[in-house]
Write a protein of this length. Structure first.
Length: 143
């Protein structure tokens, strides 16, 4: 608890994470997972969840695509999942474009490969988001 107080002095608190997404591709799943993951990343980088002093962090999903990228046996057997989103913090926006190849040897798997690709790409890229947040915190502390 002693470590959180100095961070709160610099205004590194937030109330909640809201996701704005107009895409039809796995909208509910992407909104839920992205909200959860950004919340987790914020708290892991020292942000305090406090609705008295914190503001809502907006995550805006600009684009989600799932396009065929390889063909075998006269059908798509591989796809590229791509998501573009922006995390809006007070006085700063971070834009990310993430993509992942997804092999789909069996079309009966439905949307599971899309969900898996989204989880994989966000998990593998979260270290970069954490780095950006920590640099943002350093900038605020210098002011």
């Amino acid at each position: 608890m002693i470590f959180l107080f100095p961070l709160a002095v610099f205004g590194l608190s937030f109330c909640r994470v809201e996701v704005y997404n107009n895409s039809d591709i796995q909208k509910g799943f992407i909104d839920s997972y992205l909200s959860q993951k950004v919340f987790e990343i914020l708290t892991e980088t020292g942000w305090v969840n406090d609705c008295k002093t914190g503001k809502t962090i907006r995550v805006i999903v600009e684009k989600v695509t799932f396009k065929g990228s390889s063909i075998s046996n006269n059908r798509f057997s591989g796809y590229t999942f791509r998501i573009e989103f922006t995390i809006e913090l007070p006085k700063k926006k971070f834009h990310y474009t993430l993509s992942r190849y997804v092999a789909l040897p069996n079309p009966s798997e439905g949307t599971l490969p899309i969900r898996g690709a989204f989880i994989d790409v966000l998990e593998s890229y979260q270290i970069n988001i954490k780095r950006d947040l920590l640099q943002y915190e350093k900038q605020l502390k210098k002011r």
